[in-house]
Design a protein around this ligand. Structure first.
Ligand SMILES: [Zn+2]
Length: 416
């Protein structure tokens, strides 16, 4: 939990500190908020009164106390606001409507061809988003905004998708502007892996962890980082490109220019390629018959379920990928000194536990700081919608998360 400040004129920041403490707990008392934030009991009391009056927070139930009478529990009013999250993955577009507690209320996803032109894809997705709101029977004025997540690099300030891999027609696309025109909502865009990390902060395992890294396994591999309760974005908002940690110096050339990047070794298409070459070489596998009938049945999902069922060829390829992921996890732990590594994304289907075990083993043995503290590993519970839920939470995060940047702006204003 973040520390508040009792200086005057820093109300916005303190409001966010209190709201974020309530949002990230399952019921918290005023006394606990004061203890954890360093704010005075009186400041917390004033802010809570305002949040209750604004309809963002309600009193519900009690929390037993060691001394004195039970304390009133505070919770966010989930129906106080909604946001729409869209994940533009190269092979699939997912759309979710999420409430203020971070819970998905409605969802939809569809497969797409990689080279669909941006304008028509945005137009059809905006229609899907509007249908979700209609279907959920919520008041459309309660929708605060729309978050869009897509593979980086992006220019968040300009709202541009720069040149995502595997998408030739998506160079310098003004995604924010297109979505705003189509939906009439304020739009915020972000890298899909950063969005997934923010979603984890808002609605997942990262809710109460000050320092965590998020390893995102989608069509590509990316990451996001929370340090001291703040999302870390880097100079151009493209930090934490974990997919480009080199894990095999003599490996294949990656589109970034390096050799043997984590993404080049472990992305779904690379697993398919490794298994295909083994099947072509005559290795015996439960995947052989289907592959002989139709090579297109050999997908990363089929390999994952074969590996989980013990098929030796699939398992060997998945185990090798797990070892590369574990090597990268140790680098991440050494560089960032985080308490937790969350692994998420839609490529985890069936193989999540295999990956988690290998990564946990390496993180127990190898990071330099292991004698000072252990680094936990957890699979995201937001499953396949991690990036879309993350995109939706960008809206809440921008509106409500306490940001050091806001605090320094307030302090600068105060000094003027
Ligand atoms: Zn690379």
């Amino acid at each position: 939990m973040q520390m508040g400040t009792n200086q005057p004129k820093i109300g916005t920041y303190n409001n966010s500190v209190v709201l974020s403490a309530i949002q990230s707990s399952d019921g918290i008392s005023r006394v606990e908020i004061a203890e954890r934030s360093g704010l005075t009991a009186q400041t917390v009391s004033v802010i809570v009164r305002r949040l209750v009056a604004d309809g963002l927070v309600r009193e519900e139930g009690t929390i037993p106390s060691a001394i004195g009478k039970p304390r009133t529990a505070l919770r966010v009013v989930a129906e106080a606001g909604y946001s729409i999250g869209i994940h533009f993955d190269p092979i699939e577009v997912s759309c979710v409507l999420v409430d203020l507690a971070g819970r998905p209320v409605a969802r939809s996803s569809k497969r797409i061809t990689a080279n669909l032109d941006p304008e028509s894809l945005v137009a059809s997705t905006a229609r899907v988003a509007q249908q979700l709101v209609k279907r959920s029977r919520i008041d459309s004025s309660a929708v605060l905004g729309l978050g869009a997540a897509c593979p980086g690099p992006i220019d968040q300030t300009q709202g541009l998708v720069i040149s995502p891999p595997r998408r030739d027609r998506w160079t310098e696309v003004p995604l924010k502007k297109l979505l705003e025109e189509q939906t009439g909502l304020p739009v915020i865009i972000d890298n899909d892996a950063t969005a997934a990390a923010i979603g984890e902060r808002w609605a997942g395992i990262g809710r109460s962890v000050p320092n965590f890294a998020y390893l995102y396994l989608g069509t590509g591999i990316g990451g996001g980082v929370f340090l001291a309760n703040q999302v870390y974005r880097g100079a151009s908002l493209n930090a934490a490109e974990f997919g480009h940690i080199v894990v095999e110096p003599n490996g294949p050339v990656c589109y970034c220019g390096n050799r043997g990047c984590l993404e080049a070794m472990c992305k779904p298409a690379s697993l398919v390629e490794s298994v295909r070459s083994q099947l072509e070489a005559g290795q015996s596998s439960s995947l052989c018959d289907a592959y002989a009938r139709d090579p297109a049945t050999l997908t990363a999902a089929a390999i994952g379920s074969a590996a989980a069922a013990g098929d030796p060829v699939a398992r060997e390829v998945v185990d090798r990928a797990a070892d590369y992921l574990a090597d990268a996890a140790v680098v991440i732990a050494n560089v960032l000194d985080v308490e937790l590594l969350v692994v998420g994304g839609h490529s985890l289907r069936d193989v999540g536990e295999i990956y988690r075990e290998r990564i946990a083993g390496a993180l127990t043995r190898l990071p330099l700081a292991r004698k000072v503290h252990t680094v936990g590993v957890a699979l995201s519970r937001l499953t396949e919608d991690a990036a879309a839920i993350g995109a939706a939470s960008l809206v809440f995060h921008q509106a409500y998360a306490p940001s050091i940047a806001d605090l320094t702006t307030d302090v600068a204003r105060q000094a003027e």
